[in-house]
Write a protein that binds this ligand. Structure first.
Ligand code: ATP
Ligand code: FE2
Length: 323
């Protein structure tokens, strides 16, 4: 059968159908008129385009082939999650098919594995709100290291906003960095964890030319991520690295990770742009795999979870590794 998946944890309302392959994918991103993303305004955006997004995803499709509705249950912004959850429950009831609550972080990993054809990678998940290094061990996606304060993307976006660059700042900072010589900025790795707010504050206060600060910000933040990824790779004894999350679109981050992998004899993977950031395809695909493994939720179990962690999910669809 086919699964209809809905993603809407933050800025992008996106729906997709996954059968044996991706059947359809349609997205309506929310761009804040000024400043960052306001949770209730983003949720209102999602509600107002829900019908359009779902209609576009199911257009021309045979609804009788849909055997489940998957939705992003968390982590994410509460109001956004609730809007998506309500739509998903209604659809599941209307079509009389099971409901699958998908962990957004796990979905980033699964679409990456599917698209890149890698098997058992160490994953650097670098997005707006999240920065984590994950790996599969004992039936769960374990978090080997993560940010102790803000996500790398939010750190870049907030710095960019302080310089009056439009949201999201990531792509603009990448462009400016190409013209700059990196300045030195605070580097914070504590054990396997990272922190970005000190780096962000120092970058905001720095008087060097903007291009040089952007270059320094990238070199510092990315080197931190690469260091933790490399240590996780060595520690877990794996030989693949997968980069996912919106910040993964950055060419310099990809280059630094690829270089580390070459030195270690590991293989480096990064999905296509449309599968890197938040998208409905990752929810539909993960929903399909989970339904096949029998991992559905009842309506009462379908409450959203803004703090949902990847290691809360028992991964029944993968063969257990480790002891
Ligand atoms: P999550 O809920 O997983 O945290 P998210 O809502 O942050 O996801 P994503 O699409 O995964 O959404 O990531 C968005 C982030 O990616 C933004 O912070 C944006 O600035 C950043 N980004 C996008 N392109 C680039 C780029 N080329 N370089 C650096 N950062 C980028
Ligand atoms: Fe995401």
């Amino acid at each position: 059968g086919q699964i209809l998946g809905i993603e809407g944890t933050a800025w992008n309302l996106s729906a997709a159908i996954f059968g044996d392959d991706l059947v359809s994918l349609f997205s309506k991103p929310y761009s804040p008129p000024h400043g960052g993303i306001h949770p209730r305004e983003a949720a209102q955006h999602h509600a107002s385009v829900m019908k359009e997004v779902i209609s576009a995803a199911i257009e021309g499709q045979d609804l009788s082939k849909i055997s489940g509705i998957a939705f992003s249950q968390g982590p994410g912004l509460g109001p956004c999650l609730r809007t998506v959850g309500t739509a998903a429950r209604s659809l599941a009831l209307a079509l009389d098919v099971p409901l699958i609550g998908v962990n957004h972080c796990v979905a980033h990993v699964e679409i990456g594995r599917w698209q890149c054809g890698c098997d058992d990678p160490i994953v650097l998940y670098a997005s707006g709100a999240n920065t984590q290094v994950l790996g599969f061990l004992k039936s769960r996606y374990r978090i080997f290291g993560e940010t102790l304060d803000i996500g790398i993307g939010n750190a870049i976006d907030k710095f960019a906003r302080s310089r009056d660059l439009p949201h999201p700042g990531g792509p603009l900072v990448e462009k400016l960095a190409l013209e700059g010589e990196p300045v030195e900025l605070p580097y914070t790795v504590k054990g396997m964890d990272l922190a970005f707010s000190g780096l962000m504050s120092a970058a905001k206060d720095c008087n060097a030319p903007l291009e040089d600060i952007c270059a320094g910000f990238q070199e510092t933040a990315f080197a931190m991520c690469v260091e933790v990824t490399e240590r996780a790779l060595a520690h877990a004894g794996k030989d693949e690295v997968l980069l996912v999350g919106g910040v993964g679109a950055n060419s310099r981050l990809q280059e630094m990770l690829r270089c580390m992998c070459e030195e270690r004899g590991a293989e480096f993977f990064v999905p296509e742009r449309k599968f890197i950031g938040d998208n409905g395809a990752m929810i539909a695909l993960t929903g399909k795999i989970m339904l096949e493994a029998g991992q559905t939720v009842t309506i009462p179990e379908s409450a959203v979870n803004p703090g949902y962690r990847s290691d809360d999910v028992v991964v029944k669809w993968r063969k257990d590794t480790g002891d």
